[in-house]
Design a protein around this ligand. Sequence first.
Ligand code: RUB
Length: 278
Amino acid sequence: MRESLKDLLKKLKSLEIQGAKEIAIHSLKFLRKLAKEKGFGKEFNQATKKLARARPTAVVLHNCLEIIKKEKKVEAINKLLRKLNQATKEIAKRGSSLIKNNYVIMTHCHSGEACAIIKQAWKEGKKIKVYATETRPKEQGIKTARELSKLGINVILIVDDAVEFFIKDIDMVMVGSDAMRKEGIVNKIGTYTMAVVAKENKKPFYVVGNTLKLDRRKKLIIEERDPHEIYVEHIKTLEIRNPAFDVTPWKYVKRIVTEKGVMTPANIKKLLKSKTLL
Ligand code: RUB
């Protein structure tokens, strides 16, 4: 039986399904089933709108929907799913070449693509160590720490505020991305701080992202989440803000690992000017 749209939206909004790529993959699989049963009509359009709104900053799904809207074919969805999975494999190989034996890597939140690189380096026999930030308030960094340490990788889980404390111990920062825009890299809140701390300490800051993360939307959309994720007590004069993402300016980024190669910020800015989505 097909999972209901309501259930999928709940999983997306609660972060049971999280990370730009997974958000797109789960949504595409849902839409594929819907299209097979009901075609690309009104119900399909309504579902795409709701899914796109669930996590608006992550641009992969948005880009995929633009392609599907033009092609209106199940094969277009299949092609995108294949493309996303193939991209991760390419990214893992290309990114792993940046990791030397005995490297210490710092990462933030849970990025499937950044984890794929770290796992690949481990698989290639490199001895590595990973600092993973807890990632307040929803603690996706614990997912990263569990996933990598269960493979046997030495992971050190730290609170977000300990980035500066440990930065001297690391060789590189490797984080994922929700969107790559002209303004910079959009990723989990705290990424910008990590980038500044890295720069201050002359540590290279690498970003990972498949090319469906190129964000040519005019408006930068930063999702603001439920304040209750931070604190629940209601006090009249207490305001709680919970932005989920920030934008790291390009000047902090050393290289971006994409499925098409390890790129400079200038390469990405050039790609952003071209219109082709794939
Ligand atoms: C996840 C996050 C990830 C990017 C990239 O935020 O910021 O770094 O989405 O993930 P959230 P991936 O947990 O709020 O979705 O590499 O898996 O596409």
